[in-house]
Write a protein that binds this ligand. Sequence first.
Ligand code: ZN
Length: 140
Amino acid sequence: MKISHIEHLGIAVKSLEEAIPYYEEILGLKCYNVEEIADQKVKTAFFKVGQTKIELLEPTCPESTIAGFIEKRGEGIHHIAYAVEDVAECLAEAEAKEVRLIDKAPRKGAEGLNIAFLHPKSTKGVLTELCCPGCKCEEE
Ligand code: ZN
C-alpha cells in the first residue's frame, strides 16, 4: 500500500456541542465543517491540523456503532484514517494478504471521500480506514 499521510483521526464523543469548545478554546483549532452522515448514524465535526484532520463523531442514535463504542470503551480515539491513492486497489491488496475487511468495496464517507474500513481484528486492535482525499474517484 502507498500511504501518503494520516488523513484524519476519528474520535468518538458523546456530544459535539460539549467537545467542540475543548478543540476550539483550549487547542485553538477551528471547526470548519459539521456534517451528519445518516447511513453511519453519526454527526461529525472537522478540524484541520496541518494536512491531517480531527474528525469528532457523535452518535445520532443508540444503534450507532459509535454509541456502542462509547458504551464499551468510553470516549476516545475510534479510528485512524490513512490517505491512499486508490482505495479499491488497497482493499484488494489487503484482502489478498488475508486482512479482514469491513468494507469489501469503497463507499462514500464524510466530505464525499471514498472510504473503506479494515477490521481491528486484523490490524492490531486499531480500526483502520483507508481514504482517498484528492480523489477524482468515479462517482457512480
Ligand atoms: Zn473517518
